[in-house]
Write a protein that binds this ligand. Structure first.
Ligand SMILES: *Cc1c(COP(=O)(O)O)cnc(C)c1O
Length: 434
């Protein structure tokens, strides 16, 4: 059914706080994006089929949604979910648990399970995500890998953001046991890697040292493409369930998919040697984990559309965006350089005002522990800290960039971006084209 008149749709945006000029500008930007959105829908459609096929093959049924407590022995729902994940990621095994508290925890488990004293870890893609610095011991930290006698080597990217194969080759040595590749740029300025690029890098590393293991930090990358790093040779892929694969429904958790040998070690590290995957009650979270995975392909497509829309809305107004408005996407993060503290605050106020939860609160910069400058964050999420839900944050320092991600639906992401622009326009910090 058609809306009775186009004003009906604009009318609901007015109710939500978006003015006619901002709405009209957004619609004009959107018009040019239809073909790209079509391509994203086709990736989501493929990935929906991939998830469905895995669920059908493993005969998911109501018994798998039952809660278990205590030790969680013979937890068929949990064990079957791990088979489903293994089939989605085309791996031999998977560990998918609420006992994995976050992405950093999943990565720490995977690293410490597969590196022993005397081994070396190599990052061939420059510095890893902030929180991993303490896991590895790049920043001095208790219980780091470094404290346990695991050394760390790093090959930086070339200035144009590509792999420095010569440096990587010379960094690989007899002690190099595990190679860690971060797919998403996170808060760095380098580009995010495509799965094809990751595949080339894995081929190269295994060409230099055939028995080396490769782990990919897959955070924010799941379901953005039809392939995952495990399809191109990664021994382990690791991520958080309050990002892409939880589909917004998982309230906690992490996953590790990979070869049976590597994943089993992770299970022994997560619980205890000898216990491994046999223990770990699901605490009633199976419906959210299964249904979240089922929804994840479309949720990720919505978040991707939001990222592309944001880049196109802001780049045309003169704000530099990474990735650029026309660039292909390999994760759901969008950086927008706003150029001033005031503009960052206005942007975040708009994202907050568009939220389903806590829409009435006003985000303010604050001195967050562990950061050397003030940080501003906007999030009105059903799950605390969930960044598959619409959220924005950034350190208040030059170049005054906000990192924007998520949106459980494309329509919510769209509203968030229009509201951010509305706040900038209202404050005189952005000017719509005449
Ligand atoms: C989010 C993220 C992590 C850490 O995940 P947390 O759940 O925040 O601990 C690690 N690596 C990358 C690339 C991320 O985006």
């Amino acid at each position: 059914m058609e809306l009775k008149n186009p004003m009906e749709l604009e009318g609901i945006y007015h109710t939500l706080g978006v003015s006619s000029p901002v709405y009209a500008y957004g619609e004009a930007v959107l018009e040019s994006l239809r073909p790209r959105f079509g391509a994203m829908d086709r990736v989501a459609e493929y990935n929906q089929g991939k998830v469905l096929a895995a669920m059908q093959k493993n005969r998911v049924n109501a018994a798998h949604f039952a809660a278990t407590t205590g030790y969680g022995y013979d937890d068929e729902g949990r064990d079957n979910l791990e088979r489903v994940y293994a089939d989605v990621f085309h791996t031999q095994a998977a560990l998918v648990r609420p006992q994995i508290t976050c992405g950093t925890h999943a990565l720490a488990v995977a690293l410490s399970a597969n590196l022993l004293p005397g081994d070396e870890l190599l990052s061939p893609v420059g510095a890893p995500y902030d929180t991993l610095e303490e896991v590895i011991g790049i920043r001095e930290s208790r219980c780091s890998l470094k404290e346990y006698g695991v050394t760390y080597a790093q090959a930086d990217l070339t200035p144009d953001g590509s792999f420095d194969y010569a440096a990587i080759q010379s960094a690989i040595n007899s002690r190099t046991k595990l190679i860690t590749i971060q797919r998403s740029k996170g808060y760095a300025t380098r580009p995010t890697f495509s799965v094809a690029q990751i595949g080339e890098l894995i081929d190269f590393c295994k060409g230099v040292k055939p028995d080396v293991k490769v782990m990919v930090d897959n955070c924010y990358g799941e379901f953005v493409e039809t392939l995952e790093p495990s399809d191109v040779g990664a021994d382990l892929v690791v991520g958080s369930l309050i990002k892409n694969p939880g589909g917004g429904l998982a309230p906690i958790g992490g996953y590790i998919c990979g070869t049976r040998a590597c994943v089993e070690r992770c299970a022994y590290r997560l619980s205890a040697p000898g216990l491994g995957q046999e223990v770990g009650a699901n605490l009633g979270l199976m419906p959210a984990f299964y249904q979240g995975l089922f929804l994840a392909p479309t949720v990720v497509a919505g978040a991707l559309k939001g990222a592309v829309f944001a880049a196109n809305v802001y780049e045309k107004l003169g704000f530099p965006c990474v990735p650029g408005a026309a660039e292909d996407r390999h994760d759901i993060i969008q950086a927008v350089t706003l150029g001033s503290r005031e503009a960052m605050v206005a942007f975040c106020k708009g994202i907050q005002a568009a939220a389903p939860v806590d829409s009435y609160v006003t985000p303010e910069p604050w001195a967050m522990p562990g950061y050397d400058s003030e940080v501003i964050m906007a999030a009105g999420a059903f799950v605390q800290g969930s960044s598959i839900e619409l959220s924005a944050d950034g350190p208040i320092r030059p170049p005054y960039a906000v990192y924007f991600q998520g949106g459980l639906t494309w329509y919510h992401a769209k509203l968030g971006i229009l509201m951010s622009l509305q706040k900038l326009v209202d404050a005189g910090l952005a000017k719509l084209p005449a």
